[in-house]
Write a protein that binds this ligand. Structure first.
Ligand SMILES: [Zn+2]
Length: 183
């Protein structure tokens, strides 16, 4: 199954983007291959070449800028949209479904081992999300240091935090602390 927010999961492989030193989870080409496999994406027998890995990280930052702009109701950068379009055009075609363990998935020809082959499902999910009905549900965590981008699938559509377990609770505790201090 192609998750609607797969592209956002990819964007969030770098997080705490509002801090001086964001947390990077994709440090090596092996990390990228492991990540795509863990998301049900293409599996490769060997990790991508260093250049392809760097290309993948560039694409991730392009996607981050596009969705971050949407989360803030800003117009996307023309260059970013162009970069995504070029990647979509050069990625393996979305032509065949396969059925595995009771679920359907898109078959990706990842033999080339390029960034675009590895990231094809991410690119498709980005295109579907940008052109789909749920684009106005793309949010950025209200904690400015966090910057996590997520799809708000709550019924009311008022989710503000990446997850209440982390940023939301931290913000609540902070407010409480200030209140107690003032009082
Ligand atoms: Zn957060």
């Amino acid at each position: 199954m192609l998750r609607a927010d797969l592209c956002l999961e990819f964007v969030n492989t770098r997080y705490w983007r509002g801090q001086a030193e964001p947390t990077e989870t994709l440090n090596t080409p092996e990390d990228l291959a492991t990540w795509t496999a863990s998301q049900g994406g293409p599996r490769t027998s060997r990790p991508p070449a260093r250049r392809e890995f760097e290309r993948a990280l560039e694409l991730r930052e392009t996607l981050h800028r596009l969705f971050d702009a949407e989360a803030q109701d800003k117009a996307p950068g023309a260059r970013d949209l162009e970069a995504l379009n070029q990647a979509l055009a050069a990625a393996p075609a979305r032509v065949a479904l396969r059925r595995e363990r009771g679920a359907y998935g898109w078959d990706v020809d990842a033999k080339s081992g390029t960034a675009l082959a590895l990231l094809a499902p991410v690119l498709w999910s980005a295109g579907d999300l940008l052109a789909g009905a749920r684009l106005d549900r793309v949010r950025r965590c209200a904690n400015p240091e966090c910057g996590w981008i997520f799809l708000d699938d709550s019924r009311a559509g008022r989710r503000r935090w990446c997850s209440m377990q982390s940023c939301g609770n931290r913000a609540k505790a902070k407010r409480h602390y200030h209140k107690v201090k003032k009082g």
